[in-house]
Ligand binder design. Sequence first.
Ligand SMILES: Cc1ncc(COP(=O)(O)O)c(C=O)c1O
Length: 360
Amino acid sequence: MARSATATIDLSTIAHNLNQVKIFTPTSKVIAVVKADGYGHGIIEVAHALHNADLLGVACIEEAIQLREAGIKTDILLLEGFFETSELAQIEQYDLQTVIHQQAQLDQVCAFQPKNPLTVWIKLDTGMHRLGFVLDQFDAVYQQLQSSSTMATIHAMTHLACSDERNNPLTTAQTNRFKATLTNIDIDRSIAASAAIIGWPETHVDWVRPGLMLYGVSPFADQTGADHQLRAAMLFQSKIIAIKQIKQGESVGYGATWVAQRDSLIGVIAVGYGDGYPRLAPSGTPVLIEGKRVELVGRVSMDMISVDLTDLPGTSIGDTATLWGAQLPVEEIARHCQAIPYQLLCGLTQRVAITYKNGN
Ligand SMILES: Cc1ncc(COP(=O)(O)O)c(C=O)c1O
């Protein structure tokens, strides 16, 4: 039997989720974030499915070039800007837009002389303290860009630190600071990623930047995508490869961390951390066998996990095990492993065969 850990990506759900973004923010344009291989779903296939997005957001020039070389014509934005001056020629060649977030980038972009003017996004730090110009610098940055002959359009964006916490006052503070800085300037703005699109309407300005929600997943720790009418795009599955009976008091797996409290039927599934199943998933993490819930027992190993089939005696070798998907939200698995769904989705390894479908 060929190794059976597979991910099935339903591209029609990604298109559906983009429509949901537009229901949340009907008047905003959408920067669909497809970095990190489309959050593990396959950047090219995802970009095709998102052909109705206004702009695609990537983390680096390599991702942008990958999209262009695959024939993607949608506008593309480098969300972290360029890392080296030499990328400016590629930005022009591949017709990309770039963020600038610090003075060196500003100087380099202003010194660059492209044949066609560039679109540049000024990133402002309103309180996340990761990337971005401090707010007091905005006027000078804007003036310097405007006086450079090579700028077609200048937009402004910021990123929120705590928008996945419903009542965190930092979101309002960041939003107000951003809006106040740009009060007297006619410039397109962008604030919201998924959590703010869902939870903070005041952040829905000219552009929004959804990532996680496009893949059908909730950014809120206590919710799932279905709570926001989103549909999970990834179905991660494998198969049962062995079933064995153990006696009460016997243990399962490395470290003998799980000990049977009764005579137990144990199923072994061909998936492990070598496939991207989280190593820290504890005993008790749910798995579906042919759609029915069972619990993981013992430690996750590189190629295998074990589950307790005692209450599911009809199970056979070859039965399908769902690790996450529409019927078993990745948000729930992430909660069990003290992880975030972003991490699990991006974490599938190359040995997991990905197949694509479009609806049923
Ligand atoms: C600048 C920026 N905008 C938008 C996003 C999308 O965020 P989310 O996946 O939470 O929607 C990210 C993701 O990390 C980001 O870094």
